[in-house]
Design a protein around this ligand. Structure first.
Ligand code: ARG
Length: 294
């Protein structure tokens, strides 16, 4: 009798857990439905069609990828260079590295049968450290550009970034053209830095070590605008009073992992791992965990 009560309690607990998962799941979907009903419907249709077409799927509609064989043999750890001042891609919570790139990199390391070792550095040192072979790869919300492609190889892209403009609320800067002649803050060596310097001239661009420092300068009135990737822009604006993001995209970019030129084994293995983690839904769920669907 006692035993069966215990069993019943266990079953109830299990059902409640499942219920909670389901609630979590629909929570995200509901948000989407409210704001973008037609888009959400389309998504469902496509998923449903794909379900019919593909039998190798799990209950989430993601593909179950058979075991992938990797070419390389890896040491106990694999080293990743990053600049952990770029939420939600990489940042620190206490001593811990967290964020989208950190979690994707950990999943890749697990695929390759090794563990991730993070080396935090200035953003503009990442490529040189990859080139010098001091680290195995660089992952830092890094945009693929033709110039960088001459210095390192890039994996397939795993995310999209958009360069955005942050201004003070009520600023007279309303469009990209209004930036002419204004003081612009950027993170040193980023595409925001490169584009702003090309388009508006180095005299008008102030480079900061971290995006967050550019944002502090904006709040203090030292610069009139900050150009930075959209996802960190949203984090910085939500954490700092009186700032807003212009409703205009400066540039749309692909993020990828930087690997030493000629290290094709690692490049192929990372690409295979990224492909597997994309198909099985891991990458989407990591991104969704940090960036809520609009
Ligand atoms: N996407 C931009 C670039 O590649 C900015 C990346 C900055 N990343 C960072 N972890 N600070 O230039």
């Amino acid at each position: 009798m006692k035993k069966s009560i215990k069993v019943l309690a266990l079953i109830l607990a299990a059902i409640m857990c499942l219920g909670m998962f389901a609630a979590c799941g629909t929570g995200t979907a509901d948000k989407k439905d409210d704001e973008k009903a037609p888009a959400a419907d389309n998504t469902n249709d496509t998923v449903a069609e794909e379900n019919k077409a593909n039998e190798n799927e799990n209950e989430d509609g993601n593909e179950v990828v058979e075991d992938v064989t990797y070419e390389g043999t890896y040491e106990a750890t694999i080293k990743m260079a990053t600049n952990a001042a770029f939420p939600p891609y990489e940042y620190k919570e206490g001593d811990k590295f967290v964020g989208i790139d950190v979690e994707i990199a950990k999943a890749i390391a697990a695929e390759l049968g090794t563990e991730l070792d993070i080396v935090d550095m200035e953003f503009d040192s990442i490529i040189t450290s990859v080139q010098a072979g001091e680290v195995d790869f660089g992952m830092a919300g890094m945009t693929v550009t033709d110039e960088r492609k001459e210095e390192v190889d890039f994996s397939v892209s795993y995310a999209t970034g958009v360069q955005s403009v942050i201004v003070a609320e009520g600023s007279d800067i309303k469009t990209l053209d209004d930036l002419a002649g204004k003081k612009i803050g950027v993170q040193l060596g980023t595409t925001g830095d490169i584009y702003a310097t090309d388009d508006f001239g180095a005299d008008f661009v102030t480079q900061y070590g971290k995006g967050a420092d550019a944002v502090i300068a904006l709040q203090g009135g030292d610069v009139d605008a900050v150009i930075i990737d959209n996802a960190p822009a949203q984090v910085f604006v939500s954490e700092n009073e009186g700032l807003t993001i212009l409703d205009t995209n400066y540039a749309v970019e692909d993020y990828a992992i930087a690997i030493q030129k000629g290290n094709d084994t690692l490049l192929n293995d990372i690409n295979k791992a990224l492909e597997k983690l994309t198909l099985d839904g891991t990458i989407d769920s990591i991104i969704l965990k940090y960036i809520s669907a609009e």
